[in-house]
Design a protein around this ligand. Structure first.
Ligand code: SAH
Length: 260
């Protein structure tokens, strides 16, 4: 079930790495990615993995979240807080059902979907949440909403496994027209953001000295509804044409009879 990957960002307690490995392994998953975390080979990590050491040992390591999600077409960022409302916020169950549907879709299944978990103290940064297509919140007591990292991974892994089992056991996943044309992966989105920024700076629309959250707003806008490959080609084509304008040839007028 490596179409679902679990990504931990900035984990500081080795024990939580082990707990997360165990949590996903118990639910039948095996792919963990680590972004700027402590070493998964620390004794405490291996001890808490309790038999799920292979998951820890095979975990790929990255410096930045953008690299860890480069091959993913949908990215669910988990948050203990109900902030950042501009990208749709889903309950854990809704998000896992959506992820399972997109993976099991008969017409155009997504190849890789990520669930991303933040730092024990401060969660994910706003910039990291901006890289996510959806935000996921595990419903809790509003006055006490922060689960331990390993516990949060367990809840999401359980819901994801349940949703996948329900999809596999029931009728084939329904597919909307949109899924026939799946969204691009995160590295393609990164290229779009860089291209947009370049064009906005070069046309004077964006003053790098006074960026006013413009890039963040645009990123959120595009993450709410990621373009397909075709749509991305159109968007990139428009940006390239803006960089190298080729004005249309002047209209050739038919000679007016009786004149000249
Ligand atoms: N103080 C941090 C909480 C970090 S808890 C904050 O306010 O953001 C560590 C991680 O566990 C979070 O980044 C998130 O990935 C996950 N987590 C904890 N509680 C959660 C909840 N209720 N819903 C979704 N994810 C949660």
């Amino acid at each position: 079930m490596s179409s679902i990957v679990f990504i931990l960002v900035g984990t500081t307690h080795a024990g939580n790495l082990g707990a997360a490995a165990r949590a996903i392994r118990t639910m039948g998953f095996d792919t963990l990615r680590l972004v700027d975390t402590v070493s998964p080979r620390k004794d405490e990590a291996l001890a808490r993995a309790s038999g799920a050491q292979p998951v820890l040992e095979s975990a790929a390591r990255f410096d930045r979240l953008a690299e860890a999600i480069a091959d993913c077409q949908a990215v669910y960022g988990t948050s203990a807080r109900q902030r950042h409302l501009s990208v749709p916020l889903l309950s854990c169950r809704e998000a896992c059902e959506m992820a399972a549907t997109s993976i099991t879709s008969e017409l155009a299944p997504l190849e890789r979907v990520a669930f991303v978990f933040g730092r024990e103290r401060s969660g994910l940064t706003n910039e990291e949440l901006d890289l996510c297509t959806r935000h996921l919140h595990i419903p809790t007591d509003p006055d006490f909403s922060s689960l331990n990292l390993g516990a949060a991974v367990q809840v999401v892994a359980y819901e994801a496994a349940s949703a996948l089992a329900a999809q596999g056991g029931g009728a084939p996943a329904t597919t909307s027209g949109k899924e026939e044309d799946p969204p691009v992966s995160s590295d393609s989105m990164e290229h779009l953001h860089a291209h947009l920024e370049r064009v906005m700076i070069n046309t004077g629309f964006l003053d790098p000295a006074r960026p006013r959250h413009l890039m963040r707003r645009l990123k959120r806008y595009f993450e709410r509804n990621r373009p397909s490959e075709n749509e991305m080609a159109i968007l990139r084509g428009i940006l390239s044409a803006t960089e190298n304008p080729r004005p249309p040839a002047p209209e050739k007028r038919a000679p007016v009879p009786g004149k000249d």
